[in-house]
Design a protein around this ligand. Sequence first.
Ligand code: HEC
Length: 187
Amino acid sequence: MKTLPAFLFLLSVASAADFKKDIQPILAKHCYECHSEKAGKKKAGYVFDDLETLKLDINPKGAIVPGNPAESHLFVVVADANHEAHMPPKDNLSSAEIEKMREWITEGAALTADAPKMKPTVGAPKKDLPPIMSWVNFEGKKIKAGFVRLEGDTVILRMPATAQEVAYPMDKLDAASQQQARESAEP
Ligand code: HEC
């Protein structure tokens, strides 16, 4: 199997979601029909083809909250298929389209490419602190620790109180915890 050149990988990471390239086509395809200045359709007062109007909806109290998709009413009605005001009314965006919108809002919902990108504040993984999980050793004793990595038959756990890494032989854990270690080690 051929691997992609490294620069392509960097490119795809660096250029996350761009309004013109990624978001506008989604709105055009799924929303303009009913929310468009040009077509004279302004259902619920929303138009998405006029950027000056759309801009008014992008603010901490608006339908699009920069940096926070979960608080963005527009994103919620699109992403939640069971929402009473689900949009578009009789259709669903693909999960790739929803992810693009989530990305765009998380990065600050800029309408122009030169606007400064926000640092994502929600959903950013805390790199050096693995999530705390429950483990059970073969004597039935519970351990609360973060998973660090698996080294052969030894699982490396991080103790929350001391932040110290502890090597734990797999056969000293019960079957479910061994399974949890193997699953955590998968990329
Ligand atoms: C077939 C027509 C149609 C399409 C397509 C459509 N909408 Fe709507 N939209 C409506 C109507 C009608 C309302 C107002 C009635 C309501 O609130 O349910 C509305 C209301 C809304 C609201 C306000 C919801 C609320 O809670 O009152 C938002 C936000 C919205 N649309 C966004 C979108 C987005 C984003 C898309 C594209 C992904 C879209 N709409 C596609 C017809 C449409």
